[in-house]
Ligand binder design. Structure first.
Ligand code: 5GP
Length: 205
């Protein structure tokens, strides 16, 4: 039986906007969706687990992954390296699973080049003030780090034009439902389902 091939659903947005919360909540309610687990050279935070949040590796292993062409894309973000492993992603697409990628603007641009039918979504904070408030209340990192994250946001926002959709994260439940609507509508695109409905639903002439 032919299936609709899966595609990458990229979700980008500044640190502190709540991407992680939105994604976790969506995955809990929609188990058919999957999350791509990136490889990174940064150290795990206290609540993070290897193989669940990221594959935590050293720089030598990361370089090896680049050399062996194991990554779909990779980028340096906040002084660390992050990359999307290829093999698992491809096999999930073949099995018809849409996969969410929590990656930055550089990664989004690379994914769009590689997968024409990818869907790019940017999550915006309600305001810059609110983003600062959320970052400060998380108290992750130093003052410098926070300043750096705000500067990074101002840089990233200039690439908004490459994204297909924008969601303002005022309320998590609304953002989750908006993201799911985008994914669901995309699965119903005529051209996306063509091989499936031609094989399974349309009689031979
Ligand atoms: P964090 O260190 O806070 O988990 O992530 C920092 C930034 O790196 C986030 O904007 C996140 O979306 C991005 N990121 C995480 N994994 C990847 C990846 O595999 N590729 C790219 N390009 N960016 C990533």
């Amino acid at each position: 039986m032919a299936v609709i091939k899966g595609i990458p659903i990229v979700l980008s947005g500044p640190s502190g906007v709540g991407k992680g919360t939105v994604i976790q909540s969506l995955l809990e309610s929609r188990p058919e969706l999957l999350l791509s687990i990136s490889m990174t050279t940064r150290s795990p935070r206290p609540n993070e687990r290897d193989g669940v949040d990221y594959y935590f590796v050293n720089r030598a292993r990361f370089d090896e992954a680049i050399e062996r062409n194991e990554l779909v894309e990779w980028a340096a973000v906040y002084h660390h390296y992050y990359g999307t492993p290829k093999q698992e992603l491809q096999s999930n697409f073949e099995r018809g699973r849409d996969v969410i990628l929590d990656i930055d603007v550089q990664g989004a641009a690379s994914v769009r080049n590689l997968y024409e039918d990818s869907v790019l979504v940017f999550l915006l904070p309600p305001s810059l003030e609110e983003l600062k408030r959320r970052l400060y209340s998380r108290q992750k990192g130093t003052e410098d780090d926070l300043e750096h994250r705000i500067a990074e946001y101002k840089r990233e926002i200039r690439f908004l034009g490459i994204y297909d959709y924008v969601i303002v994260n005022e309320r998590v439940d609304q953002a989750v439902s908006d993201l799911y609507s985008i994914i669901a509508a995309n699965r119903l695109l005529r051209k996306r389902g063509e091989s499936m409905w031609r094989a399974n639903h349309i009689p031979e002439p």
